[in-house]
Design a protein around this ligand. Structure first.
Ligand SMILES: *Cc1c(COP(=O)(O)O)cnc(C)c1O
Length: 395
């Protein structure tokens, strides 16, 4: 099941009272500024991808993250698909994918005809386990498999362990594709998420750090790679007037109107990140003295804190993550476990895997808490008060 992207029903009643103000995990943070940008874009009368908004949005994102080229696409999933094709993923190749991720990461691999091979995560951060990756790349090489890419995900906005990952992948000659769908605005050693691999992607889905309702972007310093992705994403139409096609193309460009929405959101990105970080700090203080609990990936000043998840060891805490979830649901507050790992998904059940059990453990013990920058102070107080009430009853 898609564990982040749909709103599960929050309990409609609490103490016999209808909850009129449900609190969601990561609602869109969109207001008058976005309205004015969108209206201005409509009034230009330009609705084609060559209109002024899309090119401007691409240049602004590229400048923001410090990369040479950016390509606006209809979703993060489309961006992943284009990135993977651009690095040569296809039938007769494999792509290494973390098992703890949203299904889009693995699905994009499958679209290319390549085979996803799943690798477990580091328990402290939820990011790809580099030791396991090292073993796996060795085994794949011994088996004569062509590894088209290692697809790395920056979970909940925390960058993966690039100090170790990049040399490993460079030594084996495998390109890194960075799924920074959740990590726009995050940094690692001063460098922006999305820029660590040959190519990276962002998502502007409705619940991401910034949104265009639906949208995504591909970024790279490789001019030819981005040009190839742009070509494939624009129906692979050759630059002649008579509609010549030498490749199977896709209709994947971002709407220029949505690019205008993105420009407004990008101008507010730092403010939105600051709000999410403040929320994480508040949760960290709340759980600091609670035995058997920790904040996933805590202590990373570069994270954009897209979602904050608490991890609960029931043997030490005396309660389960699910108990807190049920309590919050009664208060009209949404929370949910991290994604069910890909190797547990019926559709990917028979794939090759390299596992330690860490992703299964996180799935069983984690709970993502309301983390959106659009949450009002009152809503945050309600969530924090609800958790404090729960904890008080479980001392
Ligand atoms: C959101 C997300 C995607 C997909 O992005 P869409 O814009 O929804 O297509 C891919 N990977 C990860 C890790 C995501 O969180």
């Amino acid at each position: 099941m898609d564990l982040i992207h749909h709103r599960p029903p929050v309990a409609p009643r609490s103490g016999g009272q209808a909850v009129t103000d449900p609190v969601y995990l990561s609602p869109p943070d969109v207001g008058e500024l976005e309205e004015s940008y969108l209206l201005r874009a409509v009034r230009t009368g330009r609705f084609d991808p060559d209109g002024p908004e899309l090119g401007a949005f691409e240049r602004e994102v590229a400048a923001r993250v410090g990369v040479g080229y950016a390509l606006g696409l209809s979703s993060g999933t489309a961006a992943l698909h284009m990135a993977l094709l651009a690095v040569g993923a296809g039938p007769d190749s494999v792509v290494v994918v973390p098992t703890l991720t949203f299904a889009a990461t693995a699905n994009a691999v499958t679209y290319t005809g390549a085979e996803p091979v799943f690798v477990d995560c580091d328990a402290a951060t939820g990011n790809l386990d580099v030791d396991l990756l090292s073993d796996l790349l060795g085994r794949l090489a011994d088996a004569g498999r062509r590894v088209a890419a290692v697809l790395v995900v920056d979970i909940n906005g925390r960058c993966a362990d690039y100090d170790r990952l990049l040399p490993l992948c460079a030594a084996t000659g495998v390109p890194v594709v960075e799924d920074a769908a959740q990590a726009l605005g995050s940094t690692y050693r001063g460098r922006c998420a999305g820029t660590f691999g040959r190519v990276g992607i962002y998502s502007f889905s409705h619940n991401k750090i910034m949104t265009t309702s639906a949208g995504g972007m591909l970024v790279s310093d490789d001019d030819a790679l981005v040009a190839r992705a742009r070509h494939l994403a624009t129906q692979a139409r050759e630059p002649v007037t008579h509609y010549e096609h030498r490749d199977i193309g896709y209709n994947y460009r971002l709407s220029t109107l949505l690019a205008a929405l993105g420009r407004a959101q990008l101008s507010r990105l730092d403010t939105m990140i600051a709000r999410r970080r403040a929320l994480r700090d508040r949760y960290a203080r709340l759980f600091a003295a609670v035995p058997g609990t920790r904040i996933l990936g805590a202590g990373d000043p570069g994270s954009n804190c897209w979602l904050t998840a608490v991890v609960v060891e029931p043997e030490r805490s005396g309660w389960h993550a699910g108990d807190l979830a049920a309590h919050l649901a009664r208060l009209g507050v949404e929370s949910r476990p991290m994604w069910k790992p890909m190797h547990r998904q019926p559709v990917y059940a028979d794939r090759q895997v390299a596992l330690t059990g860490a992703a299964d453990q996180l799935f069983a013990t984690s709970l993502s808490l309301p983390s959106g920058s659009a949450l009002t102070d009152d809503q945050v107080d309600r969530v924090v008060g609800g958790i404090a009430g729960f904890l008080g009853g479980h001392r």
